[in-house]
Write a protein that binds this ligand. Structure first.
Ligand SMILES: Nc1ncnc2c1ncn2[C@@H]1O[C@H](COP(=O)(O)OP(=O)(O)OP(=O)(O)O)[C@@H](O)[C@H]1O
Ligand SMILES: [Mg+2]
Length: 412
């Protein structure tokens, strides 16, 4: 009989689909994907749930599919959050070292972290993550774990991720109603980064871009830790909308054309071949040159990439990405996007696929699974953080999400 602790579950409630992955520990620190399930999700728009019934149905369908494949029942899962309401800021906390002999204790570190999180937060928002980037002891920076060092002033730089409390609660309700307890809510690009980035890229400076259906989530890593992150309210679904509007064709046809013929870089479209475009309401189909499709998609892609470039500029990371840019998410597969990204953001670009997990090859070859795979990797990392990741040891704000869960389960 399989034991529940052998399994780790990741659930990505995306704008187009719910994706569930069940990972099985191999007993040697590795993890194999034992089950996967996917169901179309009509309950989420721009990363936020707009129809609870529909989201719960999708959650149930996807988790049941994964359960059947893995031969286990899911009771607890790590769940991704990436609504357009999520905001990320860097914050500082500073305290005087308490002990007379000036040796820094864990309690000093905790007080510094508390100070960094005490910055005024509107009452409708909550902290999803508080990730220490570095500690500064007196004037010396770049310290990962200051416990036991000597100093009189301890400072910490923290990356704070906040979301609207009501939105997280809605997501929590949906997952609970599907019969699953939430182990932790994880801001999606942080999970996705665990699945698709290499340690070298994270050290050198890399921009991770997850292009979903309704949103584009991004994170900048440097020195091994997340430095900046956010969500843009533009995703691959907007490309399809543009096609449907301009070509005056149904959304489903526009999506089919985008997947089969879409390209967002005019210089890559050579042939003058035509594409048959069905009209709305059963009118006669007409033939549209492929270049015209590209002329509709390219401005949207440029808009998205310009928004990203502006974000990099604002946060001071433009021109600093020695590890390049990694594109993932279903929308990353649009022809020409890789090349256009390299041009607009002036950096080297590659596709990111989930790595570090064994098992189902179709999952590992598809960028649409990156977030669910990342949630499993994140869960394993979080567990092992005490031994392997001194930067995060004991600094998690998981307790907060846990208490939210408990309060909320009482209301159900
Ligand atoms: N080959 C392809 N070319 C272009 N776009 C694609 C391709 N395959 C999938 N997409 C697009 O990717 C999107 C789905 O991506 P993904 O599964 O990552 O989204 P999601 O996680 O459900 O959404 P979100 O992250 O915004 O909540 C769809 O809009 C789809 O059109
Ligand atoms: Mg997604």
């Amino acid at each position: 009989m399989a034991k529940a602790e052998e399994y780790v579950v990741g659930i990505d409630v995306g704008s187009s689909k719910v994706a569930v992955l069940i990972g099985k520990r191999d007993g040697k620190g590795g993890i194999e994907i034992a089950g996967r399930g996917q169901a179309p999700n009509r309950g989420t728009r721009r990363g936020n749930i707009v129809n609870i019934e529909a989201a719960v149905e999708a959650l149930k369908a996807a988790s049941e599919e994964a359960e059947v494949m893995a031969g286990v029942e899911i009771s607890r899962a790590f769940v991704g959050v990436a609504g357009a309401d999520v905001r990320c800021v860097n914050s500082r906390g500073m305290v005087s070292v308490a002990r007379k002999d000036r040796e820094i204790a864990r309690s000093d570190i905790q007080r510094a972290l508390d100070a960094a999180q005490s910055a005024a937060l509107p009452s409708d928002r909550e902290i999803l993550h508080a990730i220490p980037q570095e500690f500064v002891v007196d004037e010396q920076g770049g310290i990962a774990d200051p416990a036991g060092m000597l100093g009189s002033r301890l400072e910490v730089l923290v990356h704070l991720v906040t979301g609207q409390a009501a939105r997280s609660k809605t997501l929590l309700t949906c997952v609970n109603r599907a019969g699953i307890e939430v182990a932790e809510m994880v801001f999606e690009p942080l999970a996705t980064g665990e699945a698709v980035l290499t340690p070298d890229e994270k050290d050198l400076g890399v921009l991770l871009v997850d292009i979903g259906a309704g949103t584009t989530a991004y994170a900048v890593y440097n020195d091994g830790e997340v430095q900046h992150s956010g969500v843009l309210p533009v995703g691959a679904g907007h490309f399809t909308n543009d096609l449907a509007m301009v070509l005056r064709t149904p959304y489903a046809e526009a999506e089919r054309i985008k997947l089969k013929e879409g390209c967002c870089l005019l210089s890559m479209v050579q042939e003058e071949e035509g594409i048959s475009v069905p009209a709305v309401a059963g009118g006669a189909a007409r033939v549209v040159p492929r270049r015209e499709i590209c002329e509709i998609l390219q401005p949207r892609a440029e808009e998205l990439l310009t928004l990203l470039r502006d974000e990099l500029g604002r946060s001071g990371w433009e021109g600093q990405l020695r590890g390049g840019i990694v594109l993932t998410g279903g929308g990353a597969q649009l022809d020409g996007l890789l090349e256009l990204t390299g041009q607009v953001l002036a950096a080297s670009v590659r596709y990111g696929l989930p790595h570090g997990l064994g098992g189902l090859v179709d999952v590992l070859n598809s960028p649409g699974w990156s977030t669910a795979a990342g949630l499993i990797r994140y869960a394993i990392h979080a567990e092992g953080s005490a031994e392997r990741r001194p930067k995060r040891a004991g600094f998690s704000v998981r307790g907060m999400v846990g208490s939210l869960r408990n309060v909320f389960s009482d209301l159900l």
